[in-house]
Design a protein around this ligand. Structure first.
Ligand code: ZN
Length: 308
């Protein structure tokens, strides 16, 4: 039943030249862009990236299958626009489909029968994704924390994670007990990726100059550095604002002191010192409205503790 072109494609990935009658081919859906049971979805562009990455990757049927011959291998992938079907959020539904082959041997007969009979039709994919964005706040959960919880609604809007920037695809596997899992796709990448960043940072601390990182890890690390830089920039801006504010408060409380002196004093303060100052000066200002004279002397006293 296999077309000539199929066997040519298959032979690009097989260890030895295979003949048409030696292989069994089948089509499967690897994943789509709908929100799944874990409240995660692949972006349509991620499906395109996975399409390339999954070609040549193998599939396993369950963990007891150790023989290499019992594996299926993907030889062709495609993203299918599913006409008339939309995702939970009302966007066009796309499916990443794959064509796979396995050896048409006596050993595989039972498996082939199961695929033919539609029993083993649920598939889980294992891959690494470069970004996992919160649908509510847009933060990338790979590198930033956010307070939203998948599956909850915020102002009527469902919170879920959009996975994109596929780093690598590892394998697919047929879920052994589809009846207990409901329809859909499960993903196995969480366990591989969830602590990846912590692993990289630990590696940096322990391995020093001998550090070796994969492409995916380098990408993750660079995304993390970007987010730190952004946070640092925000922190700087915040500190600058705080400096100006404290400087203004000091000038207000101590009108007799030259303004430029405050500027040089606040410039060497840490954020917590500035915050302490701000709080103290504001409290003083409040009580000063009630009892003007004592508050003013209190401000001068507080300030003397920090005089450099
Ligand atoms: Zn969020």
């Amino acid at each position: 039943m296999t077309a000539v072109s199929d066997i040519e494609k298959i032979n690009k990935y097989s260890r030895r030249e295979l003949k048409e009658n030696e292989v069994y081919t089948f089509t499967l859906t690897l994943c789509d862009n709908d929100i799944d049971r874990d409240f995660e979805s692949f972006s349509p562009s991620a499906l395109e990236e996975l399409k390339t990455l999954f070609v040549g990757k193998t599939g396993i049927f369950d963990h007891s299958m150790k023989s290499a011959d019992q594996k299926a291998r993907i030889f062709e992938t495609m993203v299918e626009k599913v006409q008339g079907e939309v995702t939970r959020t009302g966007e066009q539904l796309y499916r990443l489909k794959a064509r796979a082959y396995m050896l048409n041997t006596e050993e595989n007969k039972a498996l082939i029968d199961e695929i033919e009979g539609g029993i083993k039709k649920e598939v889980s994919v294992s891959c690494s994704m470069g970004s996992a964005v919160c649908s509510i706040c847009g933060k990338d959960r790979k590198t930033q924390r956010c307070e939203h919880i998948n599956g909850k609604r915020y102002g009527g809007k469902l919170c879920y994670t959009v996975l994109s920037r596929a780093g690598d695809a590892y394998e697919f596997s047929f879920v052994a007990v589809p009846a207990q899992r409901g329809a859909g796709v499960t993903k196995a990448f969480e366990t591989r990726e969830v602590s990846a960043l912590t692993d990289i940072i630990e590696k940096i601390h322990t391995e020093g100059g001998k550090l070796e990182l994969s492409d995916v890890q380098v990408k993750q690390l660079s995304a993390y550095i970007d987010s730190l830089e952004e946070e640092a920039k925000l922190g700087e801006e915040y500190k600058k604002e705080l400096c100006t504010e404290v400087e203004g408060l000091l000038a207000l409380r101590l009108p007799g002191v030259e303004r430029k002196l405050f500027k040089s004093v606040v410039s060497v303060m840490t954020v917590s010192e500035l915050l302490g100052f701000k709080k103290g000066l504001e409290n003083t200002a409040e009580s000063a409205e009630i009892q003007l004279a004592p508050a003013q002397s209190k401000a001068a006293h507080d300030y003397s503790q920090f005089r450099i």
